[in-house]
Structures are given as C-alpha cells and as structure tokens.
Design a protein around this ligand. Structure first.
Ligand code: ZN
Length: 460
C-alpha cells in the first residue's frame, strides 16, 4: 500500500475539486427556500463518505434539517472517535458586497472563496478526506470512527437534542472531535477549552395607562423611564462588577493554572483599544481583559426604549419603557437560575409607582467547558505541537455552539475542537474564504491524530 501521505498527495486535485462541488450547494439553514439544498448537501456528503470507504453512510431525518451518519468500526479494542461537523451555512447576504458569487467557489492563490468555505465546509470535509487517505492508502484505520454531521448548527440545532437522545447507542463513543474550530494563527495551534452560555430577558416597565402631559401629571406619578433607569443602573456597580444578588454564586473560580494559560496567549490591550476606537477598556475589577472576555460572566444591555424619540421636544410623561438584556454565562451558571435572579432583582429594585415585568427570551444555552488536561485534549496538544513545532494556546470564546453541551449532557462525552479556520477568513461575512494550506494541514493533523491514538490509546 502507498501509505496515507502519498495517497493524499496523489489525490489532492480531486479532493480540492470535491470541495468546490460541495461549496456550490447553497445549504443555508436559516432560509426555508434553501431547505432542499440542505437535504441535497446531506445526500452529497453521504455519497462522498461511501466513496471514501466509510460504511453505513446515510441521511437521517430529524423533523428539521437532516443529519448524516457514517462509521468505520473495525479497529478492535481501539478507541472510538466521533467526527462532528455541520454542513449548513449562513445566508450569503448582503450579496452585493461579494467580489464573486458566494456559491460559485473561486480559487485565488492559497485562498478558496465561497459562502461556507471556512464555516464549515472546508473544515467539515477534512476528516472525510483524512479517513479516505488512511483507508485507501493503508487499508485500515488505526481507530474506530463515527461521523455525525448536522444541517442546523447555524440556527441553533433545534432538533439535535431529541435526535441524539433517540440515537444514543448509534452515537456512543469515547470523545468527539469538532471540525468547527480554528487555529491561533497560520503558524500556531490552539485548543478551545470553554464556550460561554447565554440567556436573555426583556424588561417592560409600565407607568400610567397612557402617555400623560408632563405639565399636568409631572411630579404626580412615577415616570417609567426613571424607574427603568434605576433598575438598570442597580444591576452593575460603577466599577463594572455585576450587582445582581447571587449572580456569581455558582461561578467556578479561575485557578492559577487557568490564569497562567490565559496570560500565555499574546494579547495587547493598546492594540485592542485602537481596534475598538476607545480610550479605555472597562470591566470587572481584578481580571485582565482576556479573563473578562473569556472566562467571566457578563450582563449586557442590548437595547433600551421609551418615550418620545422624534426631533425637537415633547412634554410627555410616557406610559412605558423597556430594555433587552443578555448574559453570557460561565461554568456552572445555569440559564434558568440566572433569569430567576434577574427577575428577583427587578422586583426588588423597581421604584414605587411603576410595574415591571420580566419576560424570558427563548434560545438559552448552558456554558461548556472541557478540562484542560482531559486525555483527548492532551492527544490534540501532542499532535498540534508536532505539526506547528510549538505547543498550542488554550483559548476560550464568548460565543455559543449548542452541540458540545448536547453531547456532554446526553452522551456524557467531551468535544475537542479540532478545526483550522482563522479569524480573518470572514466567517458569516461577504468574501468568506479558507486557506488551502490550512486545509492541507488539517488533513495531516487528523491522520496524525488517528495514528497517535491508535498507537498509544487515549491515556497515552
Ligand atoms: Zn457559523
């Protein structure tokens, strides 16, 4: 047999033209008119997996956008890895800002431009190609693999919890690798160890039943905008510390090791200030900027309204005012519990003469984290160190992806993020691209990870 390296090299052009074909399918999960394209992308993947030598490849329905499953389970006594990815993309709007049409992939030098190039298709196809190179180049894989690809990540994976619950045995494995991730830079690897959770509420404050004249009723009744401003300003001390009672009670404190790992990541406050156009950074005292952004919970006011907003003045005492709030959560904060604390806070701080109601917003997510020293992280660390010639950074992110929490809650498995995107590749934006060199590196990394895992097992 020729070996996986030679196989991947020899078939590189074909692999790349497969990626181009895949990118042509506008599998936009958010838009109903593309639902059949999402199905088409699923079919394309199942066929491509079968061609690679992966067994039992099939499209499975969920009630929403489908799932694609496939497996190769002949490495007796070896660990089983789930290879997770998603094949839906963001919408391409605004189309007029694209240099080339978003679903007509264009290669320029080391870059392939298309909607979904980096998020996620270029990344998602890597493990399929790596497995093909090993199966066709070596005759077998050194480990067992189960592929689990979903078509609804970009809309929050609504049907995935139920799907995973119904297919626990099919999906059982030792850990998952997610292709939906990034490198730190072209020459440095990273391992993502935490994602924040999310919850949100709307506060509506009611004063008099209609707007009233500020000359007639001003001074006689509560002004709901004042009342709301009081409630909102009571939520945070002037120094930036969130002041909701109990908000930090379940927060797992950062260890010295956590703080050292964050401090090891190159970050320049001045550069960041310049980038944002602010004179000062601001936030919870006692923490560095990255610690606050990555590892401390936040409460943000996203919008505030009330009263007259037009030109000139209007002598009105408005009937209503309102605000939207979202919180980014860290382990072990629970969205439901945090929303209850906010409700209690609002009830306690609403001034006399106004009525406040708190409405919980749908779309909560629990925070996710994987222990830095989890055996699967150590495995990824060893492979990335070998490939980049230096150890990876341990990073965290404020954003949320549903599946990692779902897999942990329902299957009891951790997910290691093992993707090769870079921050400048225009995720979710016009002229999205993926570096072809990163795509090559990704195939190498997956093959090396399978080899190392096969040789040493998960504890090696
Ligand atoms: Zn995305």
């Amino acid at each position: 047999m020729m070996g996986w390296r030679a196989y991947a090299q020899e078939h590189r052009d074909r692999f790349l033209s497969d990626l181009v074909d895949f990118l042509r399918i506008p599998s936009v999960s958010a838009l109903p008119e593309h639902a059949c394209d999402v199905q088409r992308a699923a079919r394309w993947i199942a066929d491509r997996m079968t061609a690679a030598g992966i067994e039992g490849a099939k499209v499975m329905q969920t009630g929403g956008h489908p799932v694609v499953y496939g497996e190769w389970l002949h490495a007796t006594g070896k660990p089983t890895v789930m290879l997770y990815g998603h094949f839906d993309t963001q919408p391409a709007d605004p189309i007029e800002l694209w240099t080339n049409p978003p679903f007509e992939p264009t290669i320029v030098g080391d870059r392939i431009y298309a909607r979904g190039a980096v998020d996620p298709k270029g990344n998602m196809i890597i493990p399929i190609l790596a497995v093909e190179a090993m199966l066709q180049g070596e005759g077998a894989l050194p480990v067992n693999v189960k592929f689990f690809f979903e078509g609804q990540e970009e809309i929050g994976s609504p049907e995935i919890p139920e799907f995973v619950r119904q297919h626990k045995d099919l999906l059982a494995c030792d850990f998952a690798l997610s292709s939906d991730g990034g490198q730190y830079s072209e020459t440095e690897g990273e391992i993502l160890i935490a994602r924040k959770g999310l919850c949100g509420v709307q506060i509506d404050v009611q004063g008099p039943k209609t707007d009233v004249h500020s000359g007639t009723s001003g001074g006689a009744v509560q002004n709901p905008i004042y009342a709301l401003a009081r409630v909102l300003s009571s939520m945070r001390s002037p120094n930036g510390k969130i002041a909701i009672e109990g908000f930090f009670d379940s927060v797992v404190p950062l260890t010295d090791d956590d703080r050292a790992a964050i401090a090891a990541v190159p970050f320049d406050d001045d550069e960041y200030k310049k980038q944002l156009g602010v004179d000062e950074l601001f936030g919870e005292p006692g923490y560095t900027t990255l610690e606050r952004a990555w590892a401390r919970p936040t409460l943000d006011l996203n919008g505030v309204w009330g009263g007259f907003q037009g030109e000139g003045s209007k002598t009105v005492l408005p009937a209503k005012a309102g605000a939207k709030i979202t919180c980014r959560l860290v382990p072990n904060q629970e969205p439901e519990e945090i929303m209850s604390l906010i409700e209690a806070h609002v009830a306690k701080f609403t001034p006399k003469g106004a009525k406040a109601t708190v409405t919980r917003q749908p779309g909560t997510a629990r925070p996710y984290s994987i222990p830095k020293n989890h055996p699967a992280n150590r495995l990824a660390h060893a492979v990335l160190e070998e490939i980049y010639g230096k150890p990876p950074y341990y990073v965290r992110i404020g954003g949320t992806i549903a599946v990692t929490g779902i897999l942990l809650d329902i299957l009891g498995i951790y997910t290691v993020s093992f993707g090769f995107g870079l921050n400048d590749e225009c995720f979710h934006a016009p002229d999205e691209f993926f570096r072809i060199s990163s795509w090559d590196r990704g195939q190498l990394a997956y093959c090396r990870l399978f080899e190392r895992l096969g040789e040493r097992g998960l504890e090696g």
